[in-house]
Design a protein around this ligand. Sequence first.
Ligand code: PBG
Length: 324
Amino acid sequence: MQLLRRNRILRQSPAIRSLVSETILTPSDFIVPLFIVEGEKIREEIPSMSNYFRMSLDVTVKEVKELWAMGLKCVLLFIKCKDELKDNKGTEALNPNGLMQRSIKAIKNACPEMVVMTDVALDPFSSFGHDGIVENGEIVNDPTVDVLAQMSVSHAQAGADFVAPSDMMDGRIVAIRTALEETGFTRTGIMSYSAKYASCFYGPFRDALDSAPGFGDKKTYQMDYANRTEALKETLMDVDEGADIVMVKPAMAYLDIIREVKDAVDVPVSAYHVSGEYAMIKAAAKMGWLNEDKAIIESLTSIKRAGADLIATYYAKDAVKLLG
Ligand code: PBG
């Protein structure tokens, strides 16, 4: 055969392959989600997320220092609220001495350069396990947005670098930006969960925080996974309303959406490689059916290739170790 183009020339050795590799993962691509619980010296494994832990604040602070030393630069905080503090309005979310606020302060104190992002949503604090206030069986938008704006200011007061609203209420980005401006928090950013789908892949996360919805599902606020143009509508609106970073969630079943969003916006795009995606790889690896290390790097590379500038993943530490 005489060919004019031989594509295998560029694949013939590891050195050549690395010269022409289009997508390279680095530690600063990752956002590390952390689950914080009350108490001391607690490091409890989440049953549906093997080798991932809920940690008390003292243990979390040590963990954050270790993450920073490894080159990881961003954490995303979730807290597990005690049952007795939950109510319909998420009152505890606004407590200036609440676990979230104490965690932000302690982490920024111990590791000031670490970028601290905070989850803004009512579900961990809601007696109904919903991301909004419930009235007559409905998740009401506008009263919820008021609480989310107050919650964001409270996180900013405690020292959060970015607030990350994960609720999917309408108009929350402009409400949060306005509230931050009015209170002088002009340097606090917003990472918006812009295209967040109603997904079964959040199951293990709801175990981690004991935050599963008590009735119904989240389909009246999270998006229908059949939809594509709606993701662009949601994301472009969030950018207009003041989102500094937008997010697509989950990641691997939504790579097409990540790419379209990346091509449509002029802000950084993040993707959340969610708990169920983590659990699937873990389970297959445990059975001996997949090589976990290879599955981690291939998954995360595909998410970055799709267009994610940042990836929130429970595999961040493993990935950094594997990238060596
Ligand atoms: C809720 C929230 C969820 C996740 C992040 N914030 C779950 C949900 O929407 O029910 C899921 C993250 C994951 O599965 O890893 N505000």
